[in-house]
Design a protein around this ligand. Structure first.
Ligand code: TYD
Ligand code: MG
Length: 458
């Protein structure tokens, strides 16, 4: 190995770009402070590194000659997971499940073989011992007869075993603990992560065995994290949610075999992650009597409509500058909505502290929540409860106009299905099929909304 040389290089943890010197800003992706120092081995082994990204060489062929049979999908015996993958996992696909430590990635991937004993699964763990996995499996319950467990971190051994066993599914937990002999840097470094993913991708494509790869990301973004893997893998699923609360959202960010912006909801229980097939029911606790400061919004996340409770607390500011705080909602947007209320509807909120919270630890960025936000704020301000069978779905513009949002009809349907009797939408919303039992109230601007709801305003 006389030709092998070591060189210090800088890598961007966001896009994987390499540079001979440190830079504050990555010239490739424009991110700040993402460059990390790493040794790169050049010479014989670096040629091997590059070769694992390339598959076996083949000649170009006409596209028309390519056989386009529907890809074969396997069910993971988990309705929510199958749905966000686009109807099961495609054979030979590499799926990355990313998320903060402790959010439930290992739990979810261990639940797959336990609920589908017919699926021969090879569960490779680099983080936990075989005993620890067994303890977790006993806690989760289910049938572990189809699951092979392998505690290993060297990629060459893993691929050799996988090739011998030929499982129906392989789980690799986690990419940060794996390493390959091809690269001489430590596990978790940018080069090792890229190499591990490239080796697995090649294995998937050659054998047709689907692989679930787990990757940690930190709150700050990622240190050599899954961001750089997003280009390599076929599907990226990301866990979100507050790991103190019990709800977990799994979002599809990239999917070469289905639609993105799909969302699956789970609840962490004492026996693992439970599928929540009707998220609206969990996000709106049924209060007997309406409470002040609460308004329900019919929002859409991805393609799924669901209803969420928006909570606000408005109180007199104790100090000169009032506080504005929002959990799960953009605080700048809250400030804008408060300014609209002040300027266009004459409510004096500039001397009040305003706190806003989206129930269930959800992060909301659907503009259709605007109307529920202003209604929750006004409801708390007047201490006037909005009836619990009323909900809202519209955007609020800077001049106080109530703007229509996409797919109003689906939102109305979902609200009607959950027993809401009245929904406020924009005057301009297109909604022709109104289901029975729900009253659709159309309002043009904020003053009209206040007159209709609180019988007050300018
Ligand atoms: P884990 O799946 O190990 O997270 P990750 O692999 O993403 O780091 O663990 C998730 C957390 O969930 C852990 O702190 C313990 C908790 N948990 C439960 O509440 N119930 C359970 O049945 C299991 C297995 C874990
Ligand atoms: Mg884990």
């Amino acid at each position: 190995m006389a030709s092998v040389k070591e060189k210090t290089l800088w890598f961007c943890t966001s896009c994987g770009n390499e540079s001979p010197k440190w830079m504050g800003r990555c010239p490739a992706c424009g991110e700040w402070n993402t460059m990390v120092e790493q040794t790169k081995v050049t010479g014989k082994s670096s040629r091997q590194v590059q070769s694992s990204l390339q598959g076996p060489s083949s000649d170009p062929i006409p596209l028309s000659a390519v056989n386009s049979t529907e890809e074969h999908r396997i069910s993971l015996c988990n309705g929510e997971l199958d749905r966000i993958l686009g109807g099961g996992m495609v054979e030979g696909s590499l799926v990355l499940i990313g998320g903060e430590p402790g959010i439930g990635k290992s739990t979810l991937s261990l639940q797959i073989p336990l609920s589908c004993p017919a699926l021969k699964t090879l569960y490779v763990t680099g983080e936990e011992s075989v005993k620890q996995v067994k303890m977790r499996a006993s806690r989760l319950g289910g049938n572990d007869s189809g699951c092979l467990i392998y505690s290993e971190t060297l990629m060459e051994n893993i691929l050799e075993q996988a090739d011998r066993i030929r499982p129906d599914l392989m789980v690799v937990d986690s990419v940060q603990t794996m390493f390959s002999r091809n690269v001489e840097s430590s596990p978790g470094s940018v080069t090792q992560i890229r190499e591990t993913a490239a080796l697995l991708l090649r294995f998937c494509k050659q054998t047709g065995i689907p692989v679930i790869l787990i990757g940690h990301i930190t709150k700050e973004g990622s240190i050599a994290g899954p961001k750089i893997l997003e280009h390599i893998v076929d599907v990226v699923l990301q866990f979100e949610g507050d790991n103190r609360g019990s709800y977990r959202l799994l979002r599809s960010i990239k999917n070469r075999f289905g639609s993105t912006s799909e969302l699956a909801v789970f609840e962490m229980t004492g026996k693992g992650l439970r599928e929540v097939s009707n998220p609206s029911e969990m996000l709106i606790p049924m209060h007997e009597e309406g409470l002040s400061g609460v308004a329900v919004s019919a929002m859409l996340d991805g393609t799924r409509p669901f209803l969420i409770e928006v909570q606000a607390l408005v109180s007199s500011a104790a100090y000169g500058t009032p506080q504005r705080s929002a959990t799960g909602f953009d605080v700048r947007r809250l400030n804008m909505l408060l300014a609209v209320l002040e300027k266009r509807a004459g409510f004096k909120l500039s001397v009040k502290d305003v706190f806003l919270n989206m129930a269930g630890g959800l992060k909301v960025n659907d503009p259709a929540c605007d109307m529920a936000v202003i209604c929750a704020v006004l409801s708390s301000n007047f201490d006037f409860a909005i009836p619990s069978d009323v909900c809202f779905a519209a955007e609020v513009g800077l001049s106080g106009e109530i703007r229509p949002v996409g797919q109003t009809e689906r939102r109305v349907m979902e609200a009607a299905r959950l027993g809401f009797r009245k929904i406020y939408v924009s005057s301009f919303a297109s909604c022709d099929n109104i289901p029975e039992g729900i009253d659709v109230v159309r309002v043009a601007d904020v003053p009209a909304l206040c007159r209709s709801l609180f019988k007050t305003g300018k």
